[in-house]
Every structure is written in C-alpha cells, then in structure tokens.
Design a protein around this ligand. Structure first.
Ligand SMILES: Cc1cc2nc3c(=O)[nH]c(=O)nc-3n(C[C@H](O)[C@H](O)[C@H](O)COP(=O)(O)OP(=O)(O)OC[C@H]3O[C@@H](n4cnc5c(N)ncnc54)[C@H](O)[C@@H]3O)c2cc1C
Length: 809
C-alpha cells in the first residue's frame, strides 16, 4: 500500500465517492479513498435511490439541483450507468396548511429556476393513478424528481474519479487517525499507515466512530428506516400499457409516505413518528451490506394511511421489506467542512439524502480544500453550526424528533420541543415566571415574547400572524415610547487580546478599528469579498478588544479566526459564550434610567452614540456600549453571568418609574425592520458583497490591507449585481416570512431575505435582494406571500428615525 497521499478520504459510500470525484475535478489527484469493506457497503447499497430538490434552505436546494444535474456528467466520464430516471414527481397535500406550504415552496422555486407547477388532484392522478382523490386537496408537479440505481451511481463517481487519477483501496479499514506535528495526518489502517496532508471523514454509518479516532464527537446518529416493495400490481401494469409511461415519484406529505414504481410494482417508504435509532452509542464494525429484520408493526399506522390514500396498495402483496440504517444530523441537513481545532480534518457526513445532496456536498468540500472556501453559501450544512453543546444525548433526541417530522411542516414561528432546555442563562427561570415564550438558538433558550398576566405563554403555530402578534406589538410600542429591556446573552462575544490584537483585527475585519472607548460596526469579508461576518467591535484598552456578533455563528467564526491567528502568540481570541451575559435597554427613557443608577455622567456629551465604557453600575461591574439593534436610544450592558440576576433586579426596580418592560426577540426583529437593518444569516451571507448588502460605508478601503479588500474594491468599481432593498408590502393580515419571490413588472427578479410586521410604524416590511439595475425603481414591485401577490413599495429611508436623531441624540 502507498505510504503518502495529499488527501485521504475515509469511506466509499456515495458521499465519499462524490468527494473523491470532485477533488479530482479540482485537479487534486494525489488522493486515495479507503473503504472498510467494498464500495456502497454502508447505507448506500440499500437506499431507495429517490431524489428531489426540496429543502428548507434555498442554498441547499440549489446544491440538490446541482447533484441531480451531475448524473449525466459522471455517466459520460465513467461509462457506468447510474440508472437515472428523471421521471418528475408529484407532491400531494391534504390540509390547508400543507397547501399553503406547497404554494410557498412553489413560489421559492420560481427564483431557484425549478419549474414546479401547482396542479389539481385530478391532474396529479394522471401521473400517479393509485391515489384516492377524495383524500387530497392539491398537488405540485416537480420536474427534478426521480430515482436511480444507488450502486451504479456510486460506482460511476468512483470510476470517474479513478479515470482522473484517484486511487480506491477496498477492504482497508481505518483504525486510527493521528495528527502529526507538521499538521498532517497519519491514517492508520489494517493494511498499514498512510501519511496525508488532509483527511476527509465520509464514514456514513461509522462517521461518529471514525471521528472518535481524532477525538471528535460528531453530532450524528443512525436511524433504522424501512421501505417495502410490492408484488406486481395490475394497476401499475395497466397504467404502463395505456400511457407508455412509468408511475412517477410521489411524496404524500400527510400520509408521510414516499412512493415510486419498482418494476411492475411499487416501492413505498415511510417515516414513522417514533423512529428507532440504530446503535445509538457505537456502530458495530462487522455490520456490512446487511439489513435489519423487517418490523412492519413499527410502521403499521403509516401503512394504514397508505392503503387509505392509495387504495390499490391495500390489495398488493409485499415482495420485499428493506429495513436499514442511515445517518442524520440533529436538523437533518449534512455536516460538511473543516473541524474547528483540528487542522486539515474535514467531514462530509450526516448526509441523509445522499442521492439528492451527495454531489453538492462533494463539490463544496472539494472547493473548500482547494481554495480555503466552499465557494458558495453552505451555512445550512456547515458542521460549525453546532458547538460542543451538541452532546450525544442532544443529538439522539433531536435526530429522533427530526426523523418523525420528516414530512411534517415546521412553521416559521414553531419552536420544536426535543432536548430542551439545554443551555439556559441565569435569567431563564425568572423569565419563565414572567410569562416568557422561549425559542432556542445555538442550544440556548431565549425569550421570544412575554405573555401578559392571565395569558398563556404558548404561541400557536401558523404561516400568518399568530396570537403573539398583539403582545409583540405592545413590547415594540413600549420601547419606542418609554423603555424596554432585552436579554443579549445569546449574542456571540469574544475577547481579543495581545500586542498585535489591533493590527490583526484590522487585517481581518473590513472597517477601521475604533479608538479606545469607542465602538465600530464592521463586516468581515472572505478573500472573494463576500460577507462572512457582521460585528460590533469595542476597544477597551490598547491590547484588549471585544467583538459582538451572531450567537449562532460562534463556532463558525472561531474556526475561521483560529486559522488566521499568528503562531507567535501575539494575539489571542477567546469566545466568552456563557461567561459574559447582558441586558440591553432601549427607548427614549433609557438614558434617564441608566443615569439613575450611577454618579458617572451618562449624558450624550459624555457617553455619545457608539461609545464603550467599563464601569460599575450599582453593585455590578459592567461594560456598556451605546447602541442597540432596536435603532433607538439605548445601551448594551454586559456583565459576568454571576452578576446577571443582580443587574436585572437593579434595572427592573429602577426602571419602574420609567415604564421599563421586558421585550423578546420577536420585538427586536420587528424594531430593526423599521431601521432597514439586516441581520446575519438572513441579509448578510457569503453570497453577497458589502456594496450589495448596503454595508459599504463600513468598509474602509483607505486603511491598511485586509482580507477581501481587493475584491471589495472591485465590487465598488463594478457595482456588484444585487441591492438589498427594503419594501413596505400592501398586506392586511399576513407578512413575509423569508424566501418569497420579488416580482418587478410581472417577472421574478429577486427574493425576500426576511421581514415581518413593523409594529410601531404599522407597516408590513420585507427586506430582499433585487438586481441593481432596477433597485432604484419606485413602481412595479410585488411580493408573493402564500400564493398571492401583494404590491411592494421600496422604502428608501428607515420608517423610524430616518436621520438617526433618536439613536444619536
Ligand atoms: C432504507 C433506506 C432508504 C433510503 N432511501 C434513500 C433515497 O431514496 N434517496 C436518498 O437520497 N437517500 C436514501 N437513503 C439514504 C442514503 O442511503 C444515504 O444518504 C447515503 O447512503 C449516505 O451515504 P454515505 O456515503 O454518507 O454513507 P455510507 O453509505 O454509510 O458510506 C460510508 C462508507 O464508509 C465506510 N467506512 C466507514 N468507516 C470507515 C473506516 N473507519 N474505514 C474505512 N471505511 C469506512 C463504510 O464501510 C461505508 O461504505 C436511504 C437510506 C435507507 C436506510
């Protein structure tokens, strides 16, 4: 066996083979794939082979489209048939909510360029004759659906990779991976050791066990899943004869079923609500190309529904039951990318839909290894969306929840219950007793809104305005007319120290660093000049800075910074996760409230907008920044977590005469809309440049060189392609959620990134990207919300405090 390779890929399932192929496609040919047994012997061989582009995240949906379009390419290069049948498919719905969901999925496909069509149940029956039309109210035709041969497809990737120089070694289990002093890896196998620069863990069913060799506990879990294949069905034979066509792929959401023709019968698969994990702690290494014994009683309720929704199935004999494991991440999306803290260790695992997603995963990972960046927006699959808080028990509960909800709707205001509470701030119990309704982000419970006395803190799930609407409105009005307090412990915060801290920050972030005692807002750009962060930076001292950013991106940003830190120890970055907590106070009375707690001068002259101070507030040592995301006069007050309850006590007592009330995350999101302010992961993502996102005033092209400067300069000269635009939508009882298409002159021209009801301004607001050529137009825009188009008017200046007098005053 060879002793060296630039890159070793562990695992010869569809994902590992796709990674291998894409590495060779990027010109990285000193690559070897190690397979424990034979190719496909994990979960790949027994897959049903179905594919589609459906995904909650449009960027992942795009990658699924890429995957499907790749099959012809690998067939041509390899000469190996993939058995791909791009038959198209129908998606059936039985409830109004699900129909609304379908309308939104269809609308989103308009800007993704996928030509789905909403069709009647009668039309759906023309493609899928087994359905009972009384059971459904609507359907969607999806042209990019179909099925393929899982083994043939994996072999096609493998052969195509081999033809470009890759090597595949089978019957070669990796038993250890050891990081070497030079940052490379010793990949220890049953046949000897390979020295590699990079390791990719594509271990599928054994990704977690393989990760443990390197000391990583990946948040993945395998679930046992079943589908069955019927005997020949006369209805199928008759349909084939009469139409000359096969019965297409079908997803019956309310039946929780997927189906397609298999020979002259049907393949019927289902996700039962109480799915059972396979080998929850450790997967056995001697499991290979095996199935689990059939357990039809586990899915009997779902099968009953299948027989009711599609009566000919009830009469069909069962020829075969396929019961096998496959792996999931807690949210059902793949885990892709480099592992924080482990140089050159990559993962491509937790891929639950390898035939829809495997190509995109391979492409992203190969780009990332080759260029240091995946090349597009893969936030929804980035392994860094989880931190060390994603324990094995958390993963177990979330994966089971997700599995059981595979075909269920998750409403935009829905907070799923499994594995909660996990992380809580010291204020959690207090907020609970105050009537908080909680959501969760990065594992942390955060108050979304507060129910008034006598009302239950339970939000009814909906695509429209919920029962929380009036309460959130009250919270917004309190902020704008007197004073509100909001817990900011969930923001990410980092301490940056060292003799070179300032120069390092200035080379890493796009804006000029602040003077001592001041704050700046700054984007962070990648080398291509795209947005990979959006922060507030405070200078506390010559060699001590604080960065505040999005809580959900803590691991993502730490991983990036750790890769940039100088080796001489002259700069340290430390995440302050639960160590630093805080409360923000905002509204016209907030200064008077703050002043009532200290002798220090809090006047505008002494503590102007964007200043930062470390001081004592009553009993509590605090750091105070003069800004808030509400866009109002306000402060962010940070303290160590052991002081937080005291800080809250103090503010609550002193705040009474000023009308202080607590507000939650929903009100904050509404208030920032009145300022046209975007937020990380919605408006600011790695597919947009700072000019496009309206952040160019925070990019200082005259300071020292910084990452992304050249690209930002180019964007400035060339003008970029898009513009983030704020709209007021002419709606009465509904608001955008995000991902709706924006029309201009009747054509889809862009998409909504976020929005909602701006309670104080009493307007329905949407933020979204449109081509720069039409961004200045005032007329002709519409936004489609749940299947209906509404007029939308560009809002050139903020609805609240357009000149920033309140914020600065
Ligand atoms: C019943 C069923 C039906 C399914 N239907 C579909 C479907 O219709 N469409 C769809 O897209 N997906 C479907 N799937 C899911 C699909 O099977 C997976 O998404 C896919 O197989 C994941 O591929 P993978 O390469 O990540 O993992 P695997 O196929 O498990 O491959 C991992 C490989 O790594 C090897 N390996 C692991 N550890 C080591 C090590 N230490 N050393 C060397 N080799 C190692 C293993 O032997 C294995 O071959 C289904 C799954 C099941 C169970």
């Amino acid at each position: 066996m060879r002793s060296h390779a630039q890159i070793v890929v562990i695992g010869g399932g569809v994902v590992g083979c796709s990674v291998l192929y894409h590495l060779t496609k990027r010109g990285l040919t000193d690559v070897v794939l190690l397979e424990r047994d034979v190719l496909t012997s994990g979960s790949t061989w027994h897959a049903a082979g179905g594919f589609h582009t459906l995904n909650g995240d449009p960027n992942v949906a795009k990658l699924q489209e890429y995957t499907i379009n790749l099959y012809r390419e690998i067939e041509e290069i390899s000469g190996q048939a993939t058995g791909v049948h791009l038959s198209g498919g129908v998606m059936l719905v039985a409830t109004r909510e699900r129909f609304d969901w379908l309308k939104m999925a269809h609308a989103r496909n308009r800007y993704l360029g996928v030509a789905t069509e909403l069709i009647s149940v009668k039309e759906a029956k023309r493609h899928f004759p087994l359905l009972d039309d009384k059971q459904f109210i609507g359907a969607m035709w999806h042209p990019l659906e179909g099925h393929l041969d899982p083994s043939g497809t994996t072999q096609a990737y493998a052969k195509a990779a081999r033809s470009k120089g890759a090597e595949i070694i089978q019957k070669c289990r990796v038993v250890d991976t050891k990081q070497r002093g030079d940052g490379g890896w010793d990949v220890v196998t049953e046949q000897g050791t390979i020295r590699a620069e990079h390791v990719v863990n594509a271990g599928g069913l054994w990704a977690r066990e393989t990760g443990r060799f390197a000391g990583v506990e990946l948040p993945v879990l395998c679930m046992a899943h079943q589908y069955l294949i019927t005997e020949e069905m006369p209805e199928v034979v008759q349909f084939n004869q009469e139409t000359g066509k096969e019965i297409v792929h079908c997803i019956d959401f309310d039946g929780e079923l997927y189906m397609r023709q298999e020979r002259s019968g049907m393949l019927v698969g289902t996700y039962e609500p109480n799915g059972v994990p396979w080998s929850p702690k450790s997967a056995p290494w001697d499991f290979s190309s095996e199935l689990l014994p059939p357990e039809l009683d586990k899915i009997s309720d779902n099968l009953e529904r299948a027989f009711k929704h599609h009566p000919p199935l009830a009469k069909a004999g069962i020829k075969n039951v396929i019961h096998g494991p496959f792996s999931f991440a807690p949210d059902g999306n793949p885990l892709v990318g480099p592992i924080r803290g482990l140089k050159n260790y990559w993962v491509a695992c937790g891929v639950m839909a390898g035939f829809s997603q495997g190509g995109g995963v391979g492409l992203a990972l190969a780009n990332w290894i080759a260029d240091g960046d995946p090349g597009f927006d893969i936030w929804a699959m980035d392994v860094a969306r989880y931190g060390s808080w994603a324990t094995m028990a958390y993963t177990n509960q979330k994966v089971r929840e997700n599995y059981g909800r595979r075909f269920r709707i998750t409403f935009p205001n829905e907070e799923l219950p499994a594995a909660r509470p996990l992380r809580t701030s010291p204020l959690y119990e207090r907020f609970k007793s105050m009537g908080a309704c909680f959501g969760v982000s990065y594992g942390l419970e955060q108050a979304l809104w507060f129910a008034p006395k006598g009302k239950k803190a339970v939000e009814k799930v909906t695509f429209r305005r919920s029962n929380a609407f009036p309460h959130v409105g009250d919270e917004c009005r309190t902020v704008r007319t007197s004073c509100g307090s909001f817990e900011i412990s969930g923001y990410a915060k980092y301490e940056v120290t060292g003799s070179e801290a300032e120069s390092w920050l200035s080379a890493t972030l796009a804006n000029r660093m602040p003077e001592k005692g001041r704050l700046v807002l700054t984007p962070m750009l990648n080398r291509a000049g795209r947005l990979i962060g959006d922060f507030t930076v405070a200078k506390a001292d010559d060699e001590r800075f604080y960065i505040f950013g999005s809580g959900a991106a803590e691991s993502y940003h730490m991983r990036y910074w750790e890769g940039l830190l100088p080796r001489d120890g002259s700069v340290q970055v430390r995440p302050l996760t639960s160590e630093l907590t805080g409360l923000s106070i905002a509204g016209p009375h907030s200064r008077a409230l703050l002043q009532s707690l200290t002798d220090e001068d809090m006047s505008n002259g002494a503590m102007p907008f964007m200043s930062f101070r470390e001081m004592e507030l009553g009993l509590v040592p605090v750091k105070i920044g003069r800004l808030t995301f509400t866009g109002d006069l306000g402060y962010e007050i940070w303290c160590r977590s052991d002081f937080l309850l005291t800080l809250h006590d103090m503010l609550s007592r002193a705040g009474e005469p000023f009308g202080l009330k607590s507000f939650g995350g929903r009100a904050l999101m509404s208030l920032r809309l009145e300022k046209n302010w975007g937020t990380w992961a919605r408006e600011y993502r790695p597919i947009y440049g700072p000019l496009e996102a309206g952040l160019s005033r925070f990019v200082d092209l005259r300071k020292n060189d910084f990452i992304g400067r050249d690209a930002a300069l180019r964007e400035k000269h060339e003008g970029g392609k898009l513009r983030l635009t704020s709209f007021v939508a002419e709606t009465r009882d509904v608001d955008v959620i995000g991902d709706e298409p924006v029309y201009h002159a009747g054509k889809v021209v862009g998409w909504v990134t976020s929005g909602g009801y701006a309670h104080f301004a009493q307007k329905s607001v949407a933020l979204g990207y449109v081509p720069k050529e039409i961004a200045e137009e005032d007329q002709g825009f519409e936004i489609e919300i749940i299947g209906k188009r509404y007029k939308a008017h560009p809002q050139r200046e903020p609805l609240f405090d357009p000149r920033g007098e309140r914020m600065r005053g």
